[in-house]
Design a protein around this ligand. Structure first.
Ligand code: ADP
Length: 493
């Protein structure tokens, strides 16, 4: 039993981490560094790719050293990363030609409008699964080529490389030997055809992107090259974008399994199996983590803009709670709400309502509405919004979800989880392992290395609590009807 540890690199928007897992899937050590954010103009967000690499290397070194394990016992490394963030570097020097443009960055809205005007919305939806938006890498890549002096010419001469953060890290860690990515990351670029599983010639043409820039796309659990660490060769055997890695870490590799991550926003994914479901409700279609010798699976993806952010609003703006976790005891201390709804449309309403102009609102207050009621209604709004997205997914896929797997900071709230189970009328399954995203990346790497098989996941992923629905059908219906009415009143159009 030599190679018994698996390492996850977890490169997120605000931090870079390395986690060492043992063969039972238990965390042995974690090292973390905050990532500097650069805001060169309003609406622009950048990261320094060299800093990302350095932080990843440093946390790797620190986590391995602190764990006290022998590096020779490391079976493999898996990488999970912030998705869509775009890096372009020089093929000869390996130096980035511009800072990384982060997924949040809005500078390419003009390029997106042009694509819409050209009538490409439908084509893009059908072939990439995405809606035209500055989030995705394609228009960011075009912006760099068009705005860095000489970049377009260099790209055409085959002298540049493009990658999402996974590709960039692999390129650096393998000393420039590998220029690769995986299905999940490719499916967020808006230039990857998720039907043909290849870069989309027409979109590359429209955006003037030479094919020579692009990484080779591999299955998520495969050989991405080797890291030389103190003379020891350690293979990178897993790569996945953060949301797909978390779906995988939750055991969501079969149709009908959904996961929701309750963080600042909520990210919800439903595995729809081998069938590419085209959403009528404004959800995205994306690729899930792929394994060698298995056909690719698709997922529907939707997000809630104000998830935990609305709990932060209670704390920092309304100042009616001291810390987020206070909300649970407050929710259980008062009787069920009678028709009070907080619609936290602070940043508009996302799927399936899509109203960017909507603003936050409160409905149903009477003279006996107090602090506790307001807090409870805000917590419940996370569950109502998640139900809206899952309802849209069920309509699109014409299937009922089987269970909802949950993670993220606010999933610690037992009241919220029970209320979620009640509203959806399905079981809500919360694992003991909180680091589901990193765990997903480790699983991909561990499966390829032979540490685990796919069927081991159910054993390694220990359940903390299953929340079973308890609410009467009549009450469930009445509550949700009230929410829908509140949404209707909140919408501007
Ligand atoms: P992110 O990864 O987006 O930073 P996390 O997964 O760390 O988010 O979750 C933090 C969010 O969850 C915060 O917005 C916080 O307000 C909320 N949160 C944390 N604990 C609780 C709780 N017990 N009840 C409700 N919300 C919570």
């Amino acid at each position: 039993m030599n190679n018994k540890y698996v390492i996850a690199f977890d490169q997120g928007t605000t931090s870079t981490r390395t986690i060492v897992f043992d063969e039972k899937g238990t965390i042995v050590s974690i090292a973390q560094k905050e990532l500097k954010q650069y805001y060169p103009q309003s609406g622009w967000v950048e990261h320094d790719p060299l800093e990302i690499y350095k932080d990843q290397f440093d946390t790797f070194n620190q986590a391995v050293t602190e764990s006290g394990i022998n590096p020779e016992e490391i079976a493999s490394i898996g990488i999970t990363n912030q998705r869509e963030t775009t890096v372009v570097w020089d093929k000869e020097t390996g130096e980035p030609i511009h800072n990384a443009i982060v997924w949040l960055d809005k500078r390419t809205t003009g390029i997106c409008k042009d694509l819409e005007k050209k009538g490409l919305s439908n084509y893009i939806k059908k072939n990439t699964g995405l809606v035209i938006d500055s989030y995705f890498s394609g228009t960011k890549l075009k912006w760099i080529l068009g705005n860095v002096e000489g970049a377009q010419e260099k790209a055409e001469a085959g002298k540049l490389m493009f990658g999402t953060i996974d590709s960039w890290l692999i390129y650096k860690f393998t000393n420039g030997k590998k220029h690769v990515t995986d299905h999940t990351n490719a499916s967020r670029t808006m230039i990857y055809n998720i039907k043909k599983l290849d870069w989309d010639e027409r979109l590359l043409d429209e955006l003037n992107i030479p094919k020579s820039l692009l990484p080779k796309v591999q299955t998520s659990s495969s050989d991405f090259g080797t890291i030389d660490y103190k003379g020891i060769q350690i293979p990178i055997y897993g790569v996945a974008g953060d949301q797909q890695a978390s779906l995988f870490g939750q055991g969501g590799f079969e149709a009908g399994i959904a996961k929701s991550t309750y963080g600042t926003g909520c990210f919800i994914l439903l595995n729809t199996g081998g069938k590419q479901v085209k959403s009528k409700k404004g959800l995205l279609t994306t690729l899930t983590c792929s394994l060698d010798s298995e056909p690719v699976n698709y997922a529907l993806e939707g997000s809630v803009f104000a998830g935990g952010a609305s709990i932060q609003w209670l704390r920092d703006r309304m100042k009616i709670i001291k810390k987020a976790s206070d909300t649970e005891a407050i929710c259980t201390s008062i009787p069920p709400l009678k028709n009070i709804y907080v619609v936290p449309a602070f940043a508009g309403l996302g799927a399936p309502h899509w109203d960017g102009k909507a603003k936050g609102s409160i409905y149903g207050m009477t003279l006996d509405t107090g602090r506790e009621e307001l807090i409870k209604a805000t917590v419940e709004a996370l569950a109502y919004q998640t139900k809206d997205v899952i309802g849209a997914m069920e309509k699109d896929s014409k299937k009922k979800i089987v269970t909802l797997k949950v993670d993220g900071g606010a999933s610690a709230n037992n009241y919220l989880m029970q209320f979620q189970a009640d509203l959806l009328n399905v079981e809500v399954d919360r694992p003991k392992m909180i680091e589901v995203t990193a765990f997903g990346a480790a699983l991909l790497a561990g499966i390829k290395a032979g540490v685990w098989t796919k069927s081991d996941i159910a054993l390694i992923r220990e359940i903390d609590t299953i929340f079973s629905p308890k609410m009467e059908e009549k009450i469930r219906k009445r509550k949700y009807k009230g929410w829908k009415k509140a949404i209707k009143r909140t919408k501007r159009k």
